[in-house]
Design a protein. Structure first.
Length: 276
């Protein structure tokens, strides 16, 4: 379980380029303690946005929490016990250890459940009492009814492109959240993000952004999902480290995006045009 939990300490401001009114919406939702659902494709900046907003909010409120954001990367083996906590052996006795959700509720951190639809169904039922006027977390194993700290905020995310009958949020869960939709940036905005994150020249960053836009247009021909901004930044990082542009794009975009040779060839054709 520990490998799927990240503790964000907000030592410095995470870079995030606002694309619409998401900053204002998040801040307003936080002030009203409304739970937030982020929807968008892989690698479009949802996690970075949450980190950025946590940093902003905790600067504005002068909150002294050592760990203001606890991120849980959800997966199919994640259980309610993993989130709430468990008894652990210590010597000849057992001690209760808070899980990441309980820790956030108790201390007033932001709890971010990333790709929540990947988790087992009992985890989504667990959060219902935290998303309405009650703001409580029942801990069955200890008999505690934990009232959320006034600063606590719950944020969920998922990728609608991966939805299926078996992996989807029930309406009873979905309608408990303010929903923010994300997508990949425009070429201009994405080039600025790539240049900032990798320290790449603006011209080269724009070429990578154009590759991203054109690869995403392949969705019209049956390609399930376009290249993420994250992969474009990886390519830029390789270029900054001295790898030739075409080779960097090959390993960070062409072969990383799919194992399907037909898809790889289609993406390679686009890269060949932009980075001959």
């Amino acid at each position: 379980m520990s490998q799927s939990v990240n503790f964000f300490t907000a030592d410095k401001e995470p870079y995030y380029l606002p694309l619409a009114d998401e900053v204002e919406i998040f801040r307003a939702a936080y002030s009203a303690r409304l739970p937030i659902l982020l929807k968008g494709p892989t690698g479009c900046g949802k996690t970075r946005f949450v980190e950025h907003m946590t940093w902003r909010l905790y600067q504005e409120t002068a909150n002294s929490l050592e760990v203001p954001l606890i991120t849980v990367s959800c997966h199919e083996d994640l259980t309610a016990t993993d989130l709430v906590g468990r008894y652990l052996l210590k010597g000849d006795s057992t001690i209760w250890t808070d899980g990441p959700l309980t820790r956030a509720v108790r201390t007033g951190a932001v709890c971010y459940l990333d790709e929540v639809v990947e988790a087992r169904k009992d985890t989504t039922v667990l959060i219902h009492s935290l998303t309405d006027h009650r703001r409580v977390l029942p801990i069955d194993k200890t008999g505690e009814l934990l009232h959320a700290h006034p600063e606590f905020l719950l944020v969920l995310s998922y990728n609608p492109g991966y939805q299926s009958v078996l992996k989807d949020l029930k309406p009873s869960t979905r309608q408990r959240f303010v929903s923010l939709e994300f997508d990949y940036p425009s070429v201009e905005a994405e080039a600025a993000i790539i240049a900032h994150e990798a320290g790449l020249e603006n011209t080269d960053a724009e070429r990578l952004a154009v590759i991203g836009e054109r690869v995403r247009n392949l969705k019209q021909h049956g390609f399930e999902e376009g290249v993420s901004t994250r992969l474009l930044i990886y390519a830029a990082n390789l270029m900054t480290a001295g790898i030739a542009a075409r080779r960097a794009a090959d390993v960070a975009i062409v072969t990383a995006i799919s194992d399907d040779r037909i898809v790889q060839n289609a993406v390679a054709d686009i890269v060949d045009v932009i980075l001959p």
